[in-house]
Ligand binder design. Sequence first.
Ligand SMILES: Cc1cc2nc3c(=O)[nH]c(=O)nc-3n(C[C@H](O)[C@H](O)[C@H](O)COP(=O)(O)OP(=O)(O)OC[C@H]3O[C@@H](n4cnc5c(N)ncnc54)[C@H](O)[C@@H]3O)c2cc1C
Length: 553
Amino acid sequence: MRLRDSNLAKLDHEDFDVLIIGGGINGAVSAAALAGQGARVALIDRGDFAGYTSQSSSNLAWGGIKYMEGAEFALVRKLCMSRNRLLLTYPSSVKEVRFYVNMAKGFRLPRLVLYLGAWLYWLIGNGFTQKPRLLSKQTIDREEPIIRTEGGQGGFEYSDAYLVDNDARFVFNFIRDGLDHGAIVSNYVESLGASRDGKGHWVTEAKDLVSGREFSIRSRLLINACGPLVDHHNELTGEVTPHHHLFSKGVHLIVDRITQANRVLTFFADDGRLFFVIPMGPKSCIGTTDTQVTALPPVVTDEDRHFILDNVNKRLNLQKPLTQDDIIAERCGVRPLVASTKKGENTYADWTSLSRKHAVDVDVEARHISIFGGKITDCLNVGEEVAAKVAELGIALPYRGHSWYGEPSSAIRNEFFHQAKLMGLDDMTAPESSERLSTRLWRRYQASALSLLEDIRQDPRMAEVLLHGTEYIRCEITHAARCEMVVKLEDFLRRRSKIALVARHETVHQAPGLMEACRILFGDEAQARYDEYFADGMVADAKPAQRAHAQGA
Ligand SMILES: Cc1cc2nc3c(=O)[nH]c(=O)nc-3n(C[C@H](O)[C@H](O)[C@H](O)COP(=O)(O)OP(=O)(O)OC[C@H]3O[C@@H](n4cnc5c(N)ncnc54)[C@H](O)[C@@H]3O)c2cc1C
């Protein structure tokens, strides 16, 4: 029986301490924190894990240098500490990266003021990263000739961190941690609403969106981690909270690699906001926009594309300006911003003053928790805060204090790399790959990477690239089929891997090996899942050319 099917049967029949609605970063860390400390946890998501906002971030673990302009030093301190903790506990998947800032003349603040600000930022972050550095125009010309420096005043460089394998993969690894500690989890299960029974327990009406079957899930406590849809779900359950969400849309475009250096090119866009060219494997991810929206889900407009392309074209010495034809994939999401529900407080009018902090609202009597806002950077704090509130609400956490996050110990890591060396694994590295196979497998699969080595020992074909034009080898697909709850092809191509972001849609379509991958992932349903993925209009945020075609553009 497949993992999802067995979990669905358990959701239907067992009683849980906690049911979490939503498998974005906030739901995923809550599941990992609670299951790791011994609670009986269930989690459902109406789409795929990280399939909504948490697949559309800038992939940064950062201290929020831009909030310093608004003097939000306490928030910056907290985020810097969160970033440092991720760097320490996820050394292979969260890496320090340099932000290479180029400034135009006449910017609202002089370069030296910003440079001093970068030092203050560094100090606020306990000097955990490399020190800032002042950049003259000549240095920029020498080190990054792609940057247009004429009419500029030079710049400076500072450090933050980024998620090497993408936000969605990072989130999935918390889902996996939850599963490893006994959480019962399923994607494509929607909560239709919940109410309390005579004993005060929550009964959530759920629908399996694959089979259409409806059933109930019973839990003593309910956590609403629906991201931008938190308010919507609270309406379904009749919960009234001190906070609600307002939304800011952010779009990124992915294009061929702009600079080979592994640094984030940083500018101030025409609207005065920070604007980045971020490394994403073999490609560059450019963005972002910041537009107030009320309608969900957000969509990328031509205005968004023009804003990003114009800004980058103005600031770089490209041989040929980037056009819409250069876009390989698009990412689009809304930042859920926390606003007070009190009448007259926090409207779009005070947009800039809206805090970027998260809020965890607790209804003690109903044993209900709503998580508002949040950042991937701050996820460990969210997990800890939620676990503390759950314990306060009387749910026993028998293993309180058990370390529920972080990469496996150095003993397991050393054993993995030792076995990989004995097998000559890195000699099997595919030409498509820019890094050692052992490094990549360890980062993505952590302790499970040892079982991938076993697969390769048993059958060396397991180390062959299955999807040509990508770096994915056969055993990664068999592992995904076994352990990663892949329901649709998009789940694998867009979120467990980042193939749909870095390879053009046509390239993926023509990749030899794709049908074999579908057979491994979906068995008898291979053709149906393949057809579903390549049908017009699928994967709204990853296939710009195809969607434009579908819209008649
Ligand atoms: C453009 C942009 C850039 C960003 N950049 C960064 C960054 O660089 N660094 C950083 O730290 N943060 C960043 N953020 C912020 C961060 O990405 C978000 O705050 C975070 O991902 C929100 O996670 P979430 O779990 O609250 O919501 P989501 O990821 O949206 O998860 C909510 C889940 O709930 C599910 N759901 C909703 N309703 C139901 C229902 N009825 N039944 C079942 N499931 C349901 C949804 O399907 C969804 O998967 C960025 C955000 C954006 C938009």
